[in-house]
Each structure stands twice: as C-alpha cells, then as structure tokens.
Design a protein around this ligand. Structure first.
Ligand code: HDE
Length: 698
C-alpha cells in the first residue's frame, strides 16, 4: 500500500454536478490510486529507475502518464474575461411575462431554475489581480427546461464600440502593449487612450469606465446588464424589445481608487475570496432581475437607436419592471472543471427569446461558439458537465468529434429517416410548435459596409451620464481621467481625449485639463451635435445603496492588555448588524488581554491592512498603543482607514496612534467608551464629507 511509503491515499471525493456522471474513483471501498486507465498503483512516491541511484526508465508509463497529464493541465485562457470567479445558485420568477414571451423561464412564477454565474474582469490575464479599474463581466447560465439560456452581460449597460468588427482592435489596444508586454490589467496606457480618442463612439462607455463602477467593492455589490437589445416573442410570435438588468440586494458599492490599488497588493484575490467566503458563511448574494420592455413604436419614438450598444435607455423613460430574483448559494467544487471550463454563449437562448440586429451582438453570435474551440479544444464542449443543459434532454444527430463522451445507439445518424418503421431507433425530430423560432420581419437592402445614421450621436449619452452624477461621483470621474491620462506618454493622445470631452461637458474637460496641467483644445468635430437630455438620477451610485452592515467587513485591531469586554462588545454589535468581523493583532500567535485572557487573531497586522475592511475599530491598551507608534503597518492601518473614508471606532488609549496617523475628528471617528453601538451607523457607509479634507480631486 502507498501508505507504507509516504502520504496516505486520499479518496477522490469527486462530486459531479447534477448534469454529469463522473468515472473518477469516488469513494470506492478501497479508494485505490490508479492510472487514468484503471491500473492500480503500488508506489506513488518513486519513479522506476535502473538501480536506486540510476537513471529513470522510459518504460515507467506511470511516471510518463502523470507528468504528461500535468504538462497539459492548463488550457488557453479566455482572450478576454480571463480572470473570473463563479458560483451556483437559483433563479426564481416572481412575475410572469407571458404576455410578451413563451419562454418558460419568464412565465412560470415560483419555479426555480438552477444558475451558474461567472464574474470577471476584462483586460487582465487569468492570474491578474481582482481590483484593477476595469469593466466586470456578469455572465449567467440559466439551466432552463428548454435549454440553456446564457445572459452574458457586464456590470455596465453600454459598450465601447458599435460594431463587432472593432472588437479585436479595442482589446488589442487595452491589453498589454505589443512590444513590451505591459501593463497587465490596466487601461492607463497610451495604446488604449490612443484608440479611445480616435473612436468617439466610446465616449459614453468611458464615462462609466472612469466612474466608481469599475472599482466595485464586491462582486456581490454590482449591477448587471445584458447590454445588447434582445427580443421577446410571445405565443403569436409577436416581438417586444427587451433590455435585461440585475440589481444587487446590497446595492451598488465601490472602493476608493487609492484603496483598490492597495487591495491589489494586500489581497490579489480580494473579490474571489469575498464571494467564496460570503457563500461559505451562508450570506448568499442576491439580485433582483428586471426588464425594460419596448414595442417597435416605442423604440422608434426614442431619440436614439436601441440597436446601438453605446446608448442607455434611461429608466425614467422606460421603467424597469422587476420580475424575479437570483440567489447564489453554492461555491463551485472544482475551479477548473466549473469556473474555467464554463462556456457562455449569447446564442444560448430558449424559444421565446430572440436576438436583435445590434451589430455588436451580431458579431458576438459568432464569436463565443468559435472561441470555445480553441479554448476547450472540441466541438463537444457542451458535454462538459458545467455546460450541459440540465432539466431537459439534449439530442440531435451531430456525431463524433474530439472527446465525444456520448455512446449513441442505433443506425440512424441522419434525418429524415424511416428506421422507426422497421422497429429501429429513429432519433429526435424537429418541433415546429415548441421549438426555437426567429422573429419574422422583412429584410431587404443594398449590401453595404455602413454605420447607420442613427448611430452618429457619440456624445449626448456621455453628457447625460456625467450630468446625472452626484458631485462626489463627478469628482471621482474627472480624477480617474486625470490619473489614466497622466499615464500616457504621448501628449497628442491626451489632447485628443480633452477635445472629445469638450463635447461632453466643458466643465469636465476644463477640470481634466487642469488636472493634467495642459491647454484645453477646441472641441473635436462631432458627427452629430450633442443633445441635452433630462438628467437620470438612477445612474448614480452615491446616495442609492442601503446603509447597512450587511455584507460589510469590520476589522478590530487589538494589542496586549486590551479590554476584552470592549473587543467582544464591538464584535457582537457588528456581527449582530450583519457584518463579518476579523480580529487583527501585531503577532499571529495572539495577544493577552487585560486580566490575562488570551485572544487568537484572524490576521496579523502587516498582512491584514485596513483596506480589507469597510470599517475598523482600535481596541488598544495604553502600552500596546505606545508600541504601535513605532510600527508603520499600524500607522498605515489607521491613516488608510481615514483617507478611505471609513469609520474608525477607538478606545481612548488609541488616541496617540490616531494623532500620529493624522486622523482628524469627524462623525466617523467614534470613541468606543460611549458604547460600541455608536460605531455602527458610521460603519454602515463611507464618510463622504471627509473626502475634500484628505484628497485633492480634479
Ligand atoms: Fe464578450 N467575449 N465579446 N462581451 N464577453 C468573450 O467568449 C466578444 C461583449 C462578455 O465568464 C469571449 O467565452 C465580441 C459585450 C463576458 O466566460 C469572446 C464582442 C459584452 C464574457 C468574446 C464582445 C461581453 C465574454 C472570450 C464584440 C457585455 C466572459 C471567452 C462584438 C454584454 C464570459 C469567451 C465568461 C467573453 C467576444 C463584446 C461580455 C472572445 C466579439 C458587449 C461577460 O468570444
């Protein structure tokens, strides 16, 4: 037995999803290690050699199989959205859309449908950090009874470009520069802004990308959007345009930019860990699902084209109807098998949902199926358990191919056939009534490569977005532009962006120019004159999210001699209000509290900085505080919490550390000797009033 030579054998507790069986050695009684072909191993510690100190033998098929499998463990990462984290859950419909669609997922109220959701950044590689300034992918696979529905969306409702033919250019421009191979996962470089300046249609998306939405606090606190316009088709095949929305129950919340940068170093897996831990502890993330519905006439009456993915349909014009909810309640069992191998396809749509002629979507309809072939390597990628439809059969006469796992019976692999008449298996048949049908409408025109005139307005929606923001958000947006453009070495690239911004809002352009200390150029020529639209407060984040400790994290810094009762009071108050709480101490072995009781922390000070928390409490003894005055990690802990606009609760003994960290008293700095409860309200939000005192924003 291998145990005699080293590590004990481990039962391979593989748990295939309900979609697929596995042939792995799930807890079989003896749980023997075998080769991939089932040959039991007698020794998994030593390769076969000619003598104990001799050369290894080619004959060792066990070594070769193991190493060869390992050599091929990585598959090509996604060309975009390579870095992702995912979870399982369910979708539940609360309001039927049967008037508009025959898709069961949108008509059966109360029915629960399994989902798998993958969140991602766009630009960085699979091993990149979680918190760059970037758009986030929000891809949902609904395992409906009528086939998989993949809503492959983003956390921003619009996109950079109008036509799919520009996508490779956009992605080349944002990814690492071709000669030097950097920067990784960052849009703050010349080639990106060069492309953006030359593509004024991207200006609206740039407003969103430079807003705080691209530095989310948590994947659980992001909105999601289908982005492209789709159609619903009812029983009579009557079409209605639809936009899809996800609204997080915890509200849309963001980090500060300086905080996001520091989190990248403190915990590169910040979002992945946050999602995993929340689900693990039973704090299941939840979203409401909404639709905006428009008839053709309503769409025609809008002053912009709903086929143009750079435009948003303001909620004030077409309200969102909330019709369902989604809860993520199960972590993946295996990152590779599920999160990495998940293949999302905008072409996965059940009967009753249909695409539109949006030229961005039209290109996507080809791209996703195609990319799976190089990523997953076979046309049979739909047979991988995470990609298999569940709750409905999938059957057709497509056969063979790499990694075919199905064993088909019978002679009929073509259709029509009449073999059933001879008592043989005839195979599946089309279903004209229940099957997928496309919207029927006349298509006629001259074959052209043209951008529709109705797509020509590149600035009105950018202006709408900027002017709809709160002052705080406008300042963040302008500062983000200054930061990004300051990383561009070509002055003409920066200048062209300023010229485009002139068309959005003269004050914004002037702010950014001042932040760069550059002359403000004339406005660039606009293909269509920008229009003023009524501001849409729905586009804001600040002032909209619920002020709650639910889903937030509180860190309590303790030292030797600290008041244990106060530590427990803060912990109890914060957890009682829904927060997750971690204790941080100067040393991982723990502290001895006043009275001699030992306390073991969850993290050590230098490795658990305050950027990982939404609010912090300093429960220090006088001597403990004195020691921390010479520890830069402690000073950073406090000063970062302050400049990141967080609540700081503290015992009076912590005052010298607050002073050393330049903390000035405000409503968010709470003396805990008055009781832990006073800390809860400021801990449930950010101290926005503090910002002008700690940061020079553009
Ligand atoms: Fe994607 N996109 N995309 N995209 N996209 C991919 O497909 C593409 C676009 C989005 O978690 C790729 O399986 C083109 C818009 C998400 O696995 C690829 C165009 C939106 C994900 C691809 C777009 C998205 C992808 C790479 C322009 C928001 C990750 C790997 C026409 C609605 C899904 C893959 C996951 C992934 C192509 C634009 C969202 C190459 C050609 C707009 C969330 O096929």
């Amino acid at each position: 037995m291998p145990t005699s030579k080293g590590a004990p054998p481990r039962a391979n507790a593989s748990t295939a999803g309900s979609g697929g069986e596995t042939h792995q050695t799930a807890s079989t009684p003896d749980a023997r290690l075998t080769t991939n072909h089932g040959v039991p191993l007698s020794d998994n510690q030593n390769s076969l050699k000619a003598g104990a100190r001799g050369p290894s033998l080619l004959e060792d098929f066990i070594l070769r199989e193991k190493i060869q499998h390992f050599d091929h463990e990585r598959i090509p990462e996604r060309i975009v959205h390579a870095r992702g984290s995912a979870a399982h859950g369910f979708f539940e419909l609360t309001k039927s859309l049967s008037k508009y669609t025959r898709a069961r997922i949108l008509t059966e109220v109360g029915e629960r449908t399994e989902v798998f959701v993958r969140f991602s950044t766009v630009a960085g590689g699979a091993g990149s950090v979680d918190t760059p300034r970037d758009v986030r992918g929000f891809a949902t696979k609904f395992y409906t009874k009528e086939g998989n529905w993949d809503l492959v969306g983003n956390n921003i409702p619009v996109f950079f470009i109008q036509d799919a033919i520009k996508f490779p250019d956009l992605i080349h421009a944002v990814k690492m520069e071709a000669d030097r191979g950097y920067p990784q996962a960052a849009s703050a470089h010349d080639t990106f802004w060069d492309f953006i300046g030359l593509m004024p249609e991207s200006t609206h998306m740039i407003m969103w990308a430079m807003s705080d939405r691209t530095i989310p606090r948590s994947l659980r606190m992001m909105e999601g959007f289908g982005v492209n316009t789709f159609r619903l088709l009812n029983d009579k095949d009557e079409p209605t345009f639809v936009k899809f929305h996800w609204r997080p129950k915890l509200g849309t919340q963001s980090t500060c930019w300086d905080e996001a940068v520091k989190i990248a170093g403190a915990d590169p897996d910040y979002h992945r860990r946050d999602l995993f831990e929340a689900i693990d502890m039973g704090a299941f993330p939840e979203w409401e699902f909404g639709v905006q519905l428009l008839s053709q006439a309503e769409a025609d009456a809008l002053p912009f084209d709903i086929l143009d993915a750079t435009k948003v349909i303001p909620e004030e014009l077409v309200p969102i109807q909330f019709i369902g909810r989604m809860v993520l309640d199960r972590n993946p069992d295996n990152f590779f098998a599920e999160t990495e191998q998940a293949a999302f396809l905008p072409t996965n749509i059940p009967p009753g949902i249909d695409v539109s002629e949006d030229p961005l979507l039209q290109g996507r309809l080809f791209s996703y199926q195609d990319t799976q072939l190089s990523r997953l390597g076979t046309v049979n990628f739909h047979q991988i358990p995470i990609n298999q439809p569940k709750g409905c059969p999938f059957q057709n006469l497509q056969r063979d191919g790499h990694m075919q796992t199905q064993v088909f019976k019978g002679r009929a692999n073509y259709e029509p056939n009449s073999l059933a008449e001879a008592g043989e298996i005839g195979g599946p048949r089309e279903d004209p009534k229940g099957g997928f049908r496309s919207t029927a409408f006349p298509v006629e025109g001259t074959k052209v490569r043209l951008r529709a005139e109705t797509f020509a307005d590149h600035y009105s929606h950018a202006r709408l977005f900027y002017r709809s923001q709160t002052e705080i958000e406008q300042a963040h947006l302008a500062s983000a532009l200054v930061f990004e453009l300051s990383k561009c070495s070509f002055a003409h690239v920066r200048s062209r962006i300023l010229a485009n911004l002139q068309n959005v809002d003269a004050e914004l352009a002037a702010r950014v120019a001042a932040g760069l200390n550059m002359p403000l150029p004339k406005a660039s020529a606009a293909a269509a004159p920008p229009q003023d639209m009524a501001p849409s407060p729905a586009l804001r984040i600040v002032g909209k999210y619920p002020e709650t400790l639910q889903g937030r994290a509180v860190g309590i810094l303790v030292t030797d001699g600290a008041d244990g009762a106060m530590v427990e009071a803060v912990r109890a108050a914060a957890t009682g209000a829904g927060a997750s709480v971690k204790i941080i101490a100067p040393k991982v072995g723990g502290v001895t509290l006043k009275g001699g009781k030992a306390l073991t922390p969850d993290g050590q000070l230098a490795g658990t900085p305050s950027v990982l928390f939404d609010a912090v409490a300093l429960v220090l003894s006088e001597e403990g505080c004195a020691e921390l005055l010479g520890e830069s990690a402690a000073i950073d802990f406090v000063s970062n919490a302050f400049v990141h606009l967080k609540a700081i609760g503290h015992t009076p003994q912590a005052q010298p550390l607050l002073d050393k960290a330049n903390v000035q008293a405000d409503a968010g700095i709470v003396d805990l000797s008055g009781g832990a409860d006073g800390f809860l309200a400021p801990a449930a939000s950010r101290q926005w009033d503090r910002e002008p005192k700690v940061r020079m924003l553009a």
